[in-house]
Design a protein around this ligand. Sequence first.
Ligand code: DC
Length: 237
Amino acid sequence: MKSYKILQNAKNLKKLVIAIDGPAASGKSTTSKLIAKRLGYLYVDTGAMYRAMTLKVLQQNISLDQTETIGRLAKRTQIRLDQSDGELKVFLDNRDVTQAIRNQAVTRAVSTVSMIKKVREVMVREQRRMGKRGGIVLEGRDIGTVVFPNADLKIFMVAHVEERARRRQKELKKQGVKVSVEQLVKELVERDRKDSKRDISPLQKAEDAVILDTSKMTLVGQADFVVQKVQEILKKR
Ligand code: DC
């Protein structure tokens, strides 16, 4: 908390771009949200953008192999992240889809939709636009490698797959969905495989990213780690 105040009170604080990448359920979202709050930065969940696009594809009953149709659709789709009341809300063509993008059908299809070149071009362009003034924490798979290769700080978050599955199980339970840890392990492994093996912007650690293994860390511990890194960067400037 002390470091938080110091950072917020500092004058002429350069607004950094912070890139947080890593596999599914490694703790990126919760940690990024907390860091952004502490620093007074904007928080961008880029996975939510790919999820919103996937929801639209499913709602329009477009087969996932119709890559050209999906690419054209991406250009005509408006995805907006809104943080006005402290909570991140996701709007798809002006409809609130914050809850809907977390459902299992979207989760199972999102890796396939996010492999499509045109979809990625549209999303990356928007992410760069949001981040151009700095003061932003972006989390995803390709932030440090592709979206902001010159980000001021790059973190690559990892955690054991069983731990990630347990975290996902808890989240789903809150939505009233019961899935076994074994099933979730399978789904996470498959999604990581697709995200890491795709041709365009695969999930991979940027050379200059710092690895943060969250398997045994608390949320506050994870945020402290990143805020500490931010302080070290700011001290050098
Ligand atoms: O972070 P998440 O699990 O909500 O992300 C959902 C999917 O979106 C993920 O499996 C791959 C894709 N994604 C991506 O390709 N690039 C990003 N920068 C963020 C997410």
